[in-house]
Design a protein around this ligand. Structure first.
Ligand code: GTR
Length: 379
């Protein structure tokens, strides 16, 4: 199995870092000062987060086939809904339902909101109508086809790739990438403007997929908490701790098992979630939160944005990282899709926004780092 986990230093062998760690120092101690160095540093960070937190996924399969299921015109002719099955992997045994809801008029190309949801379900019809009315394709897939949400490595993608230590979030993130492979084949898709999003466990997954896969122009984790946008080191009252989420009774199987060793010793983690966010730069990132969703750690999400921003600044993209919090709890009302599209319209097309995406919800929170950010790279 391709897992570095057995030989990796664990918490006992790693130094304590109380603040959010400096992303600009290469493994050999050099400080990043050029874009070329950042590209190398980015690879080092990817290795660290896969080794310690998410596990490694296999590459793109070279045998994906698209089985058409249906193409229907719905919503009084306003949209075309396409459904397909992505068949891939050894023996093409992996089969994932995917779909896209495409505006029937306008175009010829449309930007995309790609979510970890079966977007064709009736439950999502109001969201789909709102997204399509704003000129975006709403696309998604069924994560349960990639890996059922339970602690069992005998189902989903895992038995087809026995050599990989990918945990469930990693498997779902791979599902996002494969759905993107399909979207790239559609005439109507504006490939330069695809936003990847998901809620809660789907938000953790969207952040991971968007961090790794540079085809995603905007990465928008929604109420994603621990393992997503929330810091492991900085927890608000009532937030889900690393220990709680990696408990074998709960969601250990979402992560590389090594991650759980840092429970209560989060200061020994060589990174924190702001490094995952930093991988998105200079593309765009929006963290969406809710004020009563304490479990998802909205303050930890603000603080990782603050500590990721120096990387966005370094790459000349300081205005492309946003944070938005609304009243209410852990859910996805239609207004949250509207907020996402408002941000997407700004970063994709330069449109003005009503909302202030740089507003601090917790202005009194202490600065989460004391290191000196690298000066913006000379282009
Ligand atoms: C919770 C879990 C969270 C979050 C949430 C969800 O039970 O502890 O990390 O992922 O589920 O996905 O709705």
């Amino acid at each position: 199995m391709q897992s570095a986990s057995d030989t990796l230093p664990g918490p006992d062998a790693l130094p304590s870092i109380r603040e959010l760690p400096n992303p600009f120092i290469m493994n050999d101690g050099t400080e990043v000062s050029t874009v070329a160095q950042w590209r190398k540093r980015r690879e080092e960070i990817i290795k660290l987060i896969l080794d310690y937190e998410y596990g490694h996924m296999p590459p793109k399969p070279d045998n994906m086939e698209i089985e058409a299921v249906s193409t229907e015109t719905i919503l009084d002719g306003a949209v075309v809904q396409k459904r397909v099955i992505l068949k891939m992997g050894p023996g093409q045994k992996i089969r994932v339902n995917a779909g896209a809801i495409i505006p029937a008029k306008g175009g010829p190309k449309f930007p995309v909101v790609l979510s970890i949801d079966p977007v064709w379900s009736d439950k999502l019809a109001p969201s789909a109508a709102s997204i399509v009315a704003r000129g975006y394709i709403f696309a998604g897939f069924d994560k349960q086809d990639v890996d059922p949400d339970k602690a069992d490595r005998g189902d989903g993608v895992h038995p087809h790739y026995p050599g990989y230590d990918w945990a469930t979030l990693s498997a779902w993130a791979w599902g996002f990438m494969r759905t993107m492979d399909w979207l790239e084949t559609l005439e109507a898709v504006d490939r330069e403007h695809v936003a990847v999003t998901g809620h809660s466990r789907g938000g953790k997954t969207a952040l991971l997929a968007g961090a790794l896969d540079e085809r995603f122009a905007l990465v928008a984790p929604h109420c994603s908490g621990t393992g997503g946008s929330g810091a492991c080191r900085i927890m608000g009252k009532g937030s889900e701790t690393l220990g709680a989420i990696t408990s074998p009774m709960r969601f250990q199987y979402w992560f590389q098992p090594k991650f759980g060793e840092f429970s209560g010793r989060e200061d020994r983690l060589p990174f924190d979630q702001h490094w995952v966010k930093a991988l998105v730069a200079p593309r765009a990132l929006l963290a969406q939160e809710a004020r009563d969703d304490h479990w998802a750690n909205p303050i930890g999400s603000q603080q990782t944005n603050i500590a990721a921003k120096p990387v966005f600044d370094f790459l000349g993209a300081g205005d492309r990282i946003g944070y938005f919090i609304r009243d209410g709890g852990h859910s996805v009302p239609v207004e949250d899709w509207e907020t996402l599209i408002e941000f997407a319209d700004r970063v994709f097309f330069g449109k003005p926004t009503r909302q202030d995406f740089s507003r601090l919800e917790f202005p009194d929170a202490p600065k989460p780092y004391s290191w000196k950010p690298s000066a913006p790279a000379v282009k």
